[in-house]
Design a protein around this ligand. Sequence first.
Ligand code: SF4
Ligand code: SF4
Length: 227
Amino acid sequence: MLGRPISRRHDCGKHCAPLNGGEPVCCTTRHAIPVVNREEWQLLKSRTDLWHHFRPFDAPSRQIKEELPSSCLAIECKGAAFCERDNRSLACRTFPFFPYFTKEQEWRGFSYYWSFEDRCWMISYMEKVDAAFVEELFKSYEYLFKLDDSEKEPFIELSASMRRVFTRWKRPILLLEKGKVWRKVLPASGGRIVEAKEKDIRRHGPYRSETAYRRAVKEAEEEFAED
Ligand code: SF4
Ligand code: SF4
């Protein structure tokens, strides 16, 4: 299940890690807390001791843990230096993407966890995603949803919430469909989906330009040196 990297030519972690004390952003629970269902937890536990239950370290992380449905668990690995590729969670393998559902609850492709726009390089450079990865991404979720239809529910809610946020921001939501086809959901349109092009991918935060990136790396190095 989903063994491929997002992009064979681009190791995205090399771009975000310098802004995060040397660790890829999605591999640190300060930023992203992997959530798994109980079946996946049992499977991971049977294969490796890489993972343990996530221990909240502040009020927001406590809230994330408390608000999870009882079928899910927040977990944490030993860190990027100890990563075992074959024992990554589905959350690791698919980040930053999630299945996007229309208002009518039709699965239309993938969008991304938008709150990471300022930290995840891949979101700014989605054109670098390999078509073969996209293919596997679809297959993995097709399999998951076939096994258990209720797995769709959090993504249906997340998609609705993304539409609300992007309508407020007056921005389209970019979608990745099968065959690496781009579409966009227009804001304040009742969820209307139209064609999109790679040029619709926006660069965010420190990834806006080389200068912005260099400045952000310098600031991050100073900040982590002080800690
Ligand atoms: S998916 Fe995003 S956050 Fe994770 S390693 Fe790649 S660029 Fe960094
Ligand atoms: S298992 Fe690997 S990919 Fe997943 S969070 Fe840990 S270091 Fe990152």
